[in-house]
Design a protein around this ligand. Structure first.
Ligand code: FCB
Length: 461
């Protein structure tokens, strides 16, 4: 942990640097993901994803919500790009729905699905917004799940073939590629906690999935590097301090174990070439000679998603010896109860810089709320603005203190399907009235637009 310098030193360092802190090339963006916004799950030959079926199991998703319609972005992407232009972002991170372009996950490609991403990319470029593609944001084709999914080592070549299809189709226009979004979330939640598909609680499967996702990352990096000229490649990791809920030895050990799984099980092998010690034994049965070299392929940047710290407590009955715990009662919280701790964000950026030594892009940060328009039809989301102001301030502090952070993307452009919470939790800068699909920019959209303009002006002056 890098300890922050005293406040006086920070202020002194800040003064002359203010205009230069983020630099003219700093990327201000917004992020989304396919299953959360596209809807149109039956349109134009899209195949089923694991989330389609998971949402249909009673009790999995709040209110029985599904991604069937979501924000209907599949049909309304042009309007959504116009919203991005209004905000003034220079980059848009989205994901490709694997089952939209390969309905069975492998084999025959779906031309209509690929054509959708052509239209999206072309429209973004025409709007002067750089597309950032994430290949995998959790929507595995159902047909591949039935063939074993992430537990079957063949998934490595299925993923590499999918990466090749996307690279060959879009790589003439898209240079920014991420392989995976938050691999520790979908592996841990899918193979241990039951909150994501395939909702299996099995340690052997968990370790197999972790290792195969890492191998798939390495294989896709090679494919993208070979097939996309001037590609800029990374992966997106959720990185958050893992804290013991009480200062006891068992809770500390639980927090350390959670830290290894949550924060390190993917970036460590991908960037440093090995697993954390606590994970190595579980990986051993799945590891073949040469695997660590296959995983550790050179990447250009580290993508970080960060919202708040996490807490663990010891639970000897739990498969990995830890259970999730709530933050202490007295901490500041966002409207949906997530802890607000911008200093933890600053320290996360500094720690990641020190540990991995790569340029950093913050590819998700934002605040959730349960909200609706007021009598005037406006959404005055002051708490989100307050959160974003504190977190962008912390980002600037981290840059002043030496972190090489090159971009910041708000999660999210739009309110959308928030996984287990369904549509109840809203993270958008833009409100979505789901029955009509009307978009209403919130006060935070105007705030973010003003921030981007003011940062641009600072650099120019
Ligand atoms: C992240 C996910 C993203 C969204 C935000 C709130 O963990 O990557 O899809 O759900 O949380």
């Amino acid at each position: 942990m890098v300890s922050p310098p005293p406040v006086e030193k920070l202020q002194a360092a800040e003064a002359p640097l203010v205009a230069k802190v983020l630099g003219p090339d700093f990327v201000w963006g917004v992020s989304t993901s396919a299953y959360q916004i596209e809807g149109a799950v039956q349109a134009d030959g899209r195949g089923a994803s694991v989330w389609d079926g998971f949402c249909r199991v009673a009790g999995r998703i709040a209110n029985g919500d599904t991604g069937d319609e979501a924000c209907d972005h599949y049909h309304r992407y042009a309007e959504d790009i116009a919203l991005m232009q209004q905000i003034g972002v220079s980059a848009y991170r989205f994901s490709i729905a694997w089952p939209r372009v390969l309905p069975l996950g492998r084999g025959a490609a779906n031309e209509a699905g690929l054509a959708f991403y052509d239209r999206l990319v072309d429209r973004l470029l025409a709007a002067d917004i750089e597309p950032w593609i994430c290949l995998y944001h959790w929507d595995l084709p159902q047909a591949l799940q039935e063939a074993g999914g992430w537990v079957n080592r063949d998934v490595v070549s299925w993923f590499a073939d999918y990466a090749r299809l996307v690279a060959d189709r879009l790589g003439d226009r898209v240079k920014r590629f991420a392989t995976f979004n938050e691999p520790s979330v979908f592996t841990l939640f899918g193979y241990s906690f039951g909150w994501h598909p395939p909702a299996i609680d099995d340690r052997r499967s968990l370790y197999a999935a972790v290792h195969h996702v890492n191998l798939a990352h390495g294989a896709a990096v090679d494919v993208l590097r070979a097939r996309v000229a001037k590609a800029s490649i990374g992966a997106i990791h959720n990185v958050q301090p893992s804290r013991p809920v009480r200062p006891t030895a068992p809770d500390r050990a639980a927090a350390a174990m959670l830290d290894d799984f949550w924060n390190r099980a993917f970036p460590d092998p991908q960037i440093l070439g090995d697993y954390p010690t606590s994970i190595q034994r579980g990986i051993e049965p799945h590891r073949q000679a040469g695997d660590m070299e296959r995983i550790r392929r050179p990447v250009d940047w580290l993508g970080i998603n960060h919202y708040s710290p996490i807490y663990a407590k010891a639970d000897p009955a739990a498969p990995l010896g830890f259970a999730w715990a709530d933050a202490p009662p007295d901490v500041p919280r966002s409207p949906i109860g997530w802890q607000v701790d911008p200093a933890a964000f600053r320290d996360t950026l500094l720690d990641a810089q020190e540990r991995y030594g790569l340029p950093i892009y913050v590819l998700e940060n934002g605040a959730g709320a349960v909200e609706k328009p007021d009598a005037a039809g406006e959404i005055d989301d002051r708490e989100r603005i307050d959160y974003l102001a504190q977190y962008t301030g912390a980002l600037r502090d981290a840059v002043v203190l030496g972190a090489d952070v090159r971009g910041y993307f708000v999660w999210s452009l739009l309110d959308n399907f928030e996984w287990g919470a369904g549509y109840a939790n809203r993270f958008g800068l833009v409100y979505v009235d789901y029955p009509t699909q009307r978009r209403i920019p919130k006060a935070s959209a105007r705030w973010y637009a003003a921030l981007i303009r003011s940062e641009a002006m600072k650099v120019a002056s």
